[in-house]
Write a protein of this length. Structure first.
Length: 133
C-alpha cells in the first residue's frame, strides 16, 4: 500500500514520516518505507531528519539514505546509502573519516562490509554497491 505524496506530515506506527514523499505501508499498516520529518530512532538507531529508510517484512531496518555524515554504533558513516543487518548492526557503509576496523586503518571514502557480528568481510573504494539480500 502506498500513500503518494501526502499533503501533511504523518505519524504512522509511531514513526514521523514527511509530507511530499511517498510512504510505503505493509498490509497491517506498518511503515516499511518513508522519509523522517524529525530525528527519530528506528530499531535503536538514531536517524536524522530527512533520512529515507526502508524496513523489511519483519520491520527491521534494512537500508537508509542519510542526508549527512553520522556516527552509527561507533562508526563514522558518510551521508548517503547505508545497509543494516536484521540485528541492527551495520552491514555496508562508506567511512566519513579514517577508521580502524579489525586492526586495519581505512581511509575516508572506503566502503566497508561487515558480518552480522560486526567483523570485516570486505572493503573497497567508493560507495555501497549491493547488499540487497
Amino acid at each position: 500500500n502506498r500513500i503518494t505524496s501526502p499533503s501533511t506530515n504523518y505519524v504512522i506506527d509511531g514513526i514521523p514520516v514527511a509530507k511530499g514523499h511517498a510512504i510505503e505501508l505493509d498490509e497491517q499498516g506498518h511503515v516499511v518505507e518513508g522519509v523522517l520529518t524529525v530525528d527519530h530512532s528506528v530499531q535503536g538507531i538514531r536517524l536524522p531528519q530527512g533520512t529515507t529508510f526502508t524496513r523489511d517484512a519483519q520491520l527491521k531496518l534494512k537500508a537508509a539514505y542519510l542526508p549527512h555524515d553520522l556516527e552509527i554504533k561507533g562508526q563514522p558513516v558518510q551521508g548517503g546509502l547505508v545497509f543494516f543487518h536484521p540485528n541492527g548492526r551495520l552491514k555496508e557503509f562508506t567511512l566519513s573519516e579514517k577508521q580502524r576496523i579489525d586492526g586495519t586503518l581505512f581511509p575516508k571514502g572506503t566502503t566497508i562490509v561487515l558480518d552480522p557480528n560486526g567483523r570485516l568481510l570486505e572493503h573497497y573504494p567508493g560507495f555501497p554497491k549491493y547488499s540487497q539480500d
